[in-house]
Design a protein around this ligand. Structure first.
Ligand code: SF4
Length: 533
């Protein structure tokens, strides 16, 4: 059944498909992407053959424009995306290759970029990635040498033909790659301290070269609408693709339990899914129709396409596309009122539009009130005293131009001239202080002033230095139960009216060669990322 439908489409074969980039940049086509989750084991395993067969069938469908291939999703080892990808591009099907930072360091990622560009891949979706959840004979160690923002910056440099660091200074320029770079935004978050940093990080990703955006799974039309309105408000003009994950009762339970970082199914949506799952077809028709309605909403709102995910068979995709095509032009407005599964007390940047139930363009009034000087004074009362002290110390000692900085510089220069003994002693004192105050891990390239004096090495499982990953659950880190450092940093900075600037700095790329050296001396002697930037 599945393949016979595909065969019908053979007359409009994959060879006639236009590239994903062309469709987004040169046409007004509403694109359809399908996510392919790679399998475990060699491709000849049953599961591998099943995914390959599905991928080949989808490649024959004229209405499916790009196939997007995951990179060890859920933090598990899966077969490399290139196995499916190479087969698909040889059939004329454009693919999007996911690249995450959890299993690769910057060199491996750069090497991957050159390999993909050389092998004829055109599109890369850059992400930090889920924290590893399993591995051979125990849990794998997450790499997180760089994050999604730095990855985008590095690939943008490669697209510009900028030579890697060790070649810089020579006149040599590299042959540019031509990778079409995508990024993810996790906009379906509950609290202001999660939503706003996600929006700031989106801006950072765009600044670092993202050319298209795909958002994270969510079932709230108002938040979908808000994303586009926020982008327009910030003057961002690039294509955004709406994520439509086709639920079933099992997936709904899984998302509801919070086991997939960043994916939210509310109590109400879970109850509805459970109810539908009791129907004779186990809710199949309902869930496909729900997805088709989400596609219609995405089109109505102004997204440039949809990104279909889920455990589906070929006819399911066909059915979703047929259902979506069969809706009336204005039906999406009613669907948008139906699909409003926000979390209780969920934060929205804009006020609701009372008529549509979607987003207006008026900024949230309560949010604006929380930013007044009086409200900031109130917020300052809950900021830890240690933070206030750290700010004062930074401003008097580590700000260039201050007397403190001049003294620190002099001491560091003297220590450097005097050799190892004095350097070791000063570094020892610094480290002892910073272990007690910040749980410092001695990286030597300190990001404390960037993250409101919270250490990403010791308190962020993914060492995120350019904004939060997408994995928070109700403000808590996806790994363990502590608050996300970026949510905490947002609240500290907001008390001083500085939260909006939390990522307004050049991209931070930690220099590994500074590990085990004095971060203070590196700051005074301009060896760390602050001065390099
Ligand atoms: S602390 Fe925040 S940014 Fe770091 S891994 Fe946890 S959720 Fe992600």
């Amino acid at each position: 059944m599945a393949l016979s439908s595909a065969r019908n489409a053979l007359s409009l074969g994959a060879w006639q498909k236009q590239s994903f980039r062309f469709l987004l940049q040169e046409t007004k086509t509403f694109v359809t992407c399908v996510e392919l989750v790679t399998s475990r084991g060699v491709i000849t395993e049953r599961s591998g053959r099943r995914v390959m067969e599905l991928a080949r069938a989808l490649a024959q469908h004229p209405g499916i424009h790009a196939l997007s291939i995951t990179d060890n999703p859920g933090g598990n080892a899966m077969i490399s995306s290139d196995i499916l990808g190479t087969d698909l591009i040889s059939r004329g099907q454009d693919v999007i290759i996911h690249l995450s930072c959890k299993d690769w360091n910057r060199n491996a990622l750069q090497s991957r970029g050159w390999q993909l560009a050389s092998a004829g891949f055109n599109n890369v979706l850059a992400m930090s990635g889920d924290y590893p959840t399993d591995g051979y004979r125990g849990l794998a160690t997450g790499v997180f040498d760089i994050d999604s923002v730095a990855l985008l910056r590095m690939f943008s440099d490669m697209n510009a033909g900028i030579a890697p660091a060790h070649d810089q200074g020579s006149a040599h320029r590299m042959e540019p790659t031509h990778l079409f770079l995508g990024a993810v935004v996790n906009n379906h978050k509950r609290y202001e301290r999660e939503v706003m940093p996600q929006y700031f990080k989106l801006a950072k990703k765009i600044e670092c070269g993202a050319q298209f955006i795909i958002n994270q799974i969510g079932y709230d039309s108002r938040k979908q609408d808000e994303l586009l309105k926020y982008m327009a408000f910030r003057g961002f003009d690039l294509p955004v693709i709406a994520n439509v994950f086709v639920l079933g009762a099992t997936a709904a339970r899984y998302f509801h339990s919070g086991k997939i970082p960043g994916c939210v199914v509310t109590d109400d949506l879970l109850a509805l899914s459970e109810k539908q799952a009791k129907s004779p077809d186990k809710g199949k028709r309902f869930f496909l129709e729900l997805a088709a309605k989400q596609c219609a909403i995405a089109k109505g709102l102004g997204f440039r396409g949809v990104y279909l995910g889920g455990h589906l068979k070929y006819p399911d995709y066909e059915q979703i596309l047929q259902l979506a095509a069969g809706f009336g032009e204005r039906d999406w407005k009613e669907f948008a009122k139906e699909i409003r599964f926000g979390l209780p007390d969920e934060f929205y940047f804009f006020e609701p539009d009372p008529e549509t139930g979607l987003s207006s363009t008026e900024i949230n009034r309560a949010y604006l009130c929380s930013k007044t000087p009086e409200a900031q004074e109130e917020l300052k009362r809950s900021v830890p005293l240690s933070y206030k002290i750290n700010r004062a110390v930074h401003d008097t000692v580590f700000e260039e131009g201050t007397t403190g900085f001049a003294i620190g510089k002099k001491i560091s220069e003297t220590a450097e001239r005097s050799g190892q003994g004095m350097q070791r002693m000063l570094h020892g004192i610094e480290h002892a202080i910073k272990i007690v105050t910040f749980d410092c891990r001695d990286c030597g390239d300190c990001s404390l002033p960037d993250i409101a004096y919270l250490c990403p090495e010791s308190q962020c499982a993914k060492n995120q230095r350019n904004g939060p990953c997408g994995g928070t659950r109700q403000g808590k880190c996806e790994v363990g139960e502590k608050e996300c450092i970026w949510a905490l940093a947002y609240e500290r900075l907001k008390a001083y009216g500085e939260e909006g600037k939390m990522l307004e700095r050049p991209v931070v790329v930690k220099d590994g060669k500074l590990r085990g050296t004095s971060a203070w001396a590196n700051a005074f002697l301009k060896k760390d990322h602050h001065s390099k930037n």
